[in-house]
Design a protein around this ligand. Structure first.
Ligand code: ZN
Ligand code: ZN
Length: 678
């Protein structure tokens, strides 16, 4: 008979759930040929103290999430656990006694701290090696607390590929990682579903009434308000679970009765039918607890996340978000808004989210974990030699130190003032590259991209423009890049400002709808402007640059005609472009904002007075790659209307003010289209 010990702790709901499910899986598979025992040594050894710590944890989550985040980060950063090993002697002794008594074949930990104790025991028992397999069930997703990978273990069972990736990156040997899913109850397996004859989920597309499952386990103040919203929609069927809170149950029952909705609202106290409930409802409203999110994924029920505890639960939520199967909706109003969105058009979005869960749904994860543990319970069967020395831990710690050092050398995140669309005398701007760098550098700008016009000479208007000298001529392009490279070094040395090389590709037709301007930002070498727009975008990306639609909508123009081609073909170009100018100089393009496309705001600088214009603020490291990534992700981006306290032009010595080519005489019919180098 195989003897298996599972260690767990009542901190957060995930560890106990995982432990119970693994036990259930092993007993299901092995029956009498295995004996499984779940032990919470924190509970057993510290009793009241543990209860207080645990309560403190729960209070911290509900009342002061930010404070809790601080504590969680601290736990992640400091070798707290190792330092406290001496004070954990009581637990270690209890564990040792347990090993002597049970003689386990496998020890499974669903809470990482136990692994440190095991290591300590066998370090002290010199010459008496560990004779059981040590397996860790990682219950974190994506935001993985470093305690998990700093601890020694023969094998790690991880919930998903994302978690495996995080652990590989910090140096855990790939052979020790096993992506088997987060263990959920067997009730979620197909076999059990059929045994209990659980009905299929009613089809929204066939006109079924939406069924909402609302699990209230914290944030009870909000519950009444959420219920009020749910009761507003007579077509919704609602099931609420309140746990063991009798008072809350009565309050909600009164609310439902007052609304005359007793026929479509079911109120449950503590229930062991959660799996069935999840499989027979369309949407789940709950906090992002580890077990809840994993069960929802197993049941393929999309989630509206009503609360996310910073730190540990962020990863759970991120898992849903990345897989497009859930959304944070923290206020009653947001919850109602999202439900409406999910259920409109015969529940199209709801069905889509449900489909999105299919690839990551592992309803039989507990059986998989159980199978793995049973096989490993004969230690010689492990594919990786047992980690008796804590070598993996030391390796991971060394890796982590290296990573921290590397990070320490990197610039910090801060707010950066940027302009990615400017012109110089290489095209129709009034300042040379050097003058432009000084103008922006003196004002403390963090990043500037010069984007002189390069025109497609194959087009008629392109030819005409070339004659005017208001655009870069192909012959000048190499010199343009050389000048920018020289100025890049000077800008960094003198002002700490990043200078990027760019090009504004003018693809002008005879009408606004056939005209497009495309910015290539941070280019390394010239690009042939005669290629079509999609090829241009491809070449920009091949250099690691950004492709941005410049002034894509109607502007109050006195200097050129509108360039609407990209906007009119946004279905085609939105997936290819990195961002759209939401603001250009004085113009704001509201429609771009309303579409929630990734945005940038730029001055389209031609002369000093254009300094007073829309600009972009990014919150990221002052580093070209970080800046580009920030724009691509379009997170922590803001637009700002920049007003200098001095009038920019008055600062320039008069000899820097070039004569302006006000009128360009050209043969008709191109006059109307010129000068259109906006
Ligand atoms: Zn332009
Ligand atoms: Zn421009």
């Amino acid at each position: 008979m195989k003897r298996i010990l599972i260690f767990t702790a009542g901190f957060g709901e995930g560890h106990n759930t995982a432990a119970r499910c693994v036990q259930e899986g092993i007993e299901h598979l092995a029956g009498d040929s295995a004996h499984v025992e779940i032990v919470d040594l924190f509970e057993a050894c510290y009793g009241r103290v543990n209860e207080i710590v645990r309560k403190g944890y729960l209070t911290a989550i509900n009342k002061t999430p930010l404070l809790w985040q601080g504590f969680y980060t601290l736990l992640d950063k400091t070798p707290l656990v190792q330092a406290n090993l001496a004070t954990m002697t009581r637990m270690r002794k209890a564990m040792e006694a347990l090993f002597d008594e049970v003689q386990p074949d496998a020890v499974v930990s669903t809470y990482p701290v136990y692994n440190f104790l095991i290591e300590e025991i066998f370090r002290l028992r010199e010459g008496r090696p560990r004779n059981f397999a040590q397996i860790t069930v990682v219950t974190d997703s994506i935001s993985v607390n470093s305690l998990w990978y700093r601890c020694p273990s023969d094998a790690f069972i991880v919930p998903n590929e994302e978690t495996a990736q995080v652990m590989r990156e910090v140096g855990v040997e790939p052979a020790r990682l096993h992506v088997l899913g987060f263990p959920v109850r067997l009730a979620f397996t197909e076999e059990q579903k059929q045994k209990e004859t659980i009905p299929a989920l009613p089809d929204l597309a066939a006109g079924a009434a939406p069924r909402i499952l609302y699990i209230i386990n914290s944030g009870k103040k909000k519950a009444g308000k959420v219920m009020a919203r749910l009761l507003e929609q007579p077509g919704w069927q609602v099931t609420v679970t309140v746990g063991r809170d009798g008072k809350l149950q009565r309050e909600i029952a009164e609310q439902v009765e007052a609304a005359g909705a007793t026929d479509r609202v079911q109120i449950l106290g503590w229930t062991n039918r959660m799996a069935e409930l999840m499989m027979t409802h369309h949407v789940l409203i709950s906090k992002a607890g580890g077990a809840t999110v994993q069960e929802a994924i197993a049941a393929r029920i999309p989630m509206l996340v009503s609360q996310i505890v910073p730190g540990q639960e962020e990863g759970n939520y991120e898992l849903l978000r990345r897989n497009h199967a859930g959304m944070a909706a923290e206020t009653p109003k947001e919850i109602a808004k999202w439900l409406e969105r999910l259920f409109e058009n015969e529940g199209r979005l709801c069905t889509l989210w449900r489909e999105n869960l299919r690839p990551i749904s592992r309803p039989d994860s507990a059986l998989q974990a159980a199978r793995f543990i049973l096989e490993a319970a004969a230690p010689q069967s492990l594919s990786v030699p047992p980690d008796a020395s804590g070598a993996a831990f030391r390796r991971a710690a060394a890796q982590e130190e290296k990573r921290e050092k590397k990070e320490a050398g990197r610039p910090e995140k801060r707010l950066l003032l940027c302009d990615f669309h400017t012109h110089t005398t290489y095209s129709d701007g009034k300042l040379t590259v050097g003058e432009l760098v000084d103008l922006y550098g003196q004002r403390g700008f963090d990043c500037l991209c010069v984007t002189d016009h390069l025109i497609d000479p194959a087009r008629l208007i392109g030819k005409v423009c070339e004659w005017t000298g208001l655009v870069l001529s192909p012959a000048q392009v190499p010199e343009y890049f050389e000048t920018l490279e020289r100025e890049r070094k000077r800008a960094w040395k003198k002002y700490g400002m990043i200078l990027m090389s760019g090009i504004e590709f003018n693809k002008d037709g005879l009408t606004a709808k056939s005209s497009a301007h495309l910015l290539g930002i941070d280019l390394k070498t010239p690009i042939d402007p005669t290629q079509d727009i999609k090829t241009l975008i491809g070449e920009i990306h091949a250099q690691g640059g950004l492709a941005v639609a410049s002034h894509p909508h109607k502007f109050q123009s006195e200097w050129g005609k509108n360039t609407l081609y990209l906007w009119e073909h946004q279905d085609e170009f939105a997936p290819l472009l990195d961002a759209w100018e939401i603001a250009n100089r004085d113009d704001l393009y509201t429609p771009v904002g309303l579409k929630r496309l990734p945005f940038l705001a730029n001055s389209d600088f031609h002369k000093p007075k254009h300094l007073h214009s829309w600009k972009t603020l990014l919150c990221c490291e002052k580093d070209p790659e970080a800046i580009k990534q920030c724009i691509r992700e379009n997170r922590d981006v803001a637009l700002t209307l920049y007003r200098d306290h001095r009038f920019a032009a008055s600062l320039l010595p008069s000899d820097l003010r070039r004569p302006v080519m006000e009128t360009v005489t050209l043969p008709a019919p191109s006059v109307a289209a010129l000068p259109q180098a906006a």
